[in-house]
Design a protein around this ligand. Structure first.
Ligand code: 5AD
Length: 451
């Protein structure tokens, strides 16, 4: 990074939402630092404050406006502070944000990452025309971002995100993502491999390929995720390869074979959002698969990659979900036994097809279903994790445990959180004997080499 740039002040970025957003913030931070800004300790006193927002559910979206209300006070104290809204709420609301929150200085969409410095310059020049302070074009800025300028937060812990595809061509009836992130665009495989090679040279052990529908990846030369996984597994130094999020309809046998062929460096964990266990709800969601096809994919994965662990996302209380449909979701969970599950009550989003559906599930019923589902999942995780006790696992060490400062924490290849005693080096692998477990984590101690 060019350190000779004149120091322009400090910046602070608040990030909500998915890994894509977290990684976009790493790119925004990189741009800011290249422009000569330094990271602030927090929003208080920062010269530039950016909110990198999420609009997947209404709650996430509304949180932005309450946070803006809070930041307004900082701006009252420091009128020169530049306040920007980035990410999916920026995309969705566009110039409308200036109406609801006129003290905001600039708005950019998630794909216009590289336009941040130019917009900021306009604000600094005193530009007041609203249309000049918003950029919500579906550009390639974010995907083509110069990777050596990304400020990577996970690097000290040996991990890095790598974008391979952005956008989504599916049309799930509940989902706002195609509107906020646009159609799919892919990076060339050579460019991705060059980035991974550079990360490996810097000591990164784990890469996570990112895309809203990562398994839709296909570059101009016809390389898909299958080819990318096999090629990445040959890069010296990279010990773990993750990818998220996969769409079940595109989880092809070719890709499953490649996961097996690439060997254990491709981790035996897959996040495969099912959304519902009812074929009729899946149809109304326009997911492109039914219960049977999903279960067949799970069986095919388990056949090829013994011991693979699965994670999922589930929406309860979709407008057409009956109690019987909901029970089918519970039974699918018992059948698959997911190691992790993010679950949500359905939230209508502007401009989606399901916004117009008659919602037959009241808010209390939605909450009751969510509660029941989470209890079922907790029981499943408790039982699954209990079967890990006595095993020795390899974790990539992340740092001190958040829940217990006397322990360190790391993850297994299967993405299990392990809190452990003993000294280990952050960003390196360590062998841990699992001694006990809960629904959410494994507990253990580091195995010390014989003296
Ligand atoms: N309401 C509730 N949950 C949603 N998700 C996506 N859209 C909605 C919505 N409108 C959930 C899905 C998705 C996860 C990222 O968020 O489960 O996989």
């Amino acid at each position: 990074m060019d350190r000779s740039v004149h120091n322009k002040g400090t910046y602070h970025i608040e990030t909500w939402g998915c890994q894509m957003n977290v990684h976009d913030s790493e790119k925004l931070s990189g741009s800011m630092e290249r422009e000569g800004y330094l990271r602030a300790a927090g929003p208080d006193g920062a010269d530039v404050v950016l909110l990198n927002t999420c609009s997947i559910r209404e709650k996430a979206s509304e949180k932005v406006f309450s946070e803006l209300g809070r930041l307004r006070k900082l701006k009252d104290r420091n009128p020169d502070m530049i306040l920007g809204v980035c990410g999916c709420v920026g995309q969705q609301e566009g110039a409308e944000i200036f109406r609801r929150a006129p003290f905001v200085d600039l708005v950019i969409g998630p794909r216009s990452t590289a336009s941040l410095p130019a917009l900021m310059e306009r604000v600094r020049q005193g530009e007041t025309d609203v249309s000049l302070r918003v950029d919500t074009e579906y550009r390639r800025d974010s995907i083509d971002f110069p990777y050596d300028q990304i400020r990577r937060e996970g690097e000290a812990a040996g991990k890095a995100f790598v974008t391979v595809i952005e956008g989504c061509n599916h049309r799930c009836t509940f989902c706002i993502v195609p509107r906020t992130r646009g159609k799919e665009v892919c990076r060339g495989m050579d460019d991705i491999l060059a980035e991974v090679g550079q990360l490996a040279d810097r000591g990164v052990l784990e890469v996570e390929f990112l895309g809203q529908t990562v398994n839709a990846y296909r570059d101009d030369r016809g390389n898909g995720l299958a080819e990318l996984l096999v090629a990445t597994s040959r890069i010296d130094g990279i010990e773990r390869i993750r990818f998220t999020t996969s769409h079940p309809a595109q989880m092809t046998e070719r890709l499953m074979d490649a996961m097996a062929e690439a060997g254990p460096r491709v981790v035996p964990f897959l996040h495969l959002p099912v959304q519902s266990g009812s074929s009729s709800v899946l149809k109304d969601m326009r997911r492109g698969y039914d219960r049977g096809t999903y279960l067949a994919k799970v069986a095919a994965l388990r056949e090829r990659i013994p011991g693979i662990c699965l994670g999922t996302d589930i929406i309860v209380g979709f407008p057409t979900e009956s109690d019987v449909d909901f029970r089918e979701t519970l039974s699918l969970m018992e059948e698959v036994r997911f190691h992790s599950c993010y679950s949500f009550t359905y939230s209508p989003r502007p401009g989606t097809a399901s916004e117009a559906f008659h919602d037959g599930v009241g808010p209390e019923e939605k909450q009751a279903r969510l509660h029941e589902l989470q209890l079922v999942q907790k029981g499943i995780q408790e039982r699954l994790h209990a079967s890990w006790v006595g095993r020795t696992v390899e974790v990539l060490v992340e740092g001190a445990s958040k829940s217990d400062a006397s322990r360190m924490t790391g993850r297994t290849p299967e993405s299990r959180i392990v809190n452990f005693t003993g000294n280990a080096v952050i960003g390196r692998m360590a062998p841990i004997l699992v001694e006990s477990s809960s629904a959410y984590a494994l507990l253990g101690r580091k195995i010390e080499p014989e003296a």
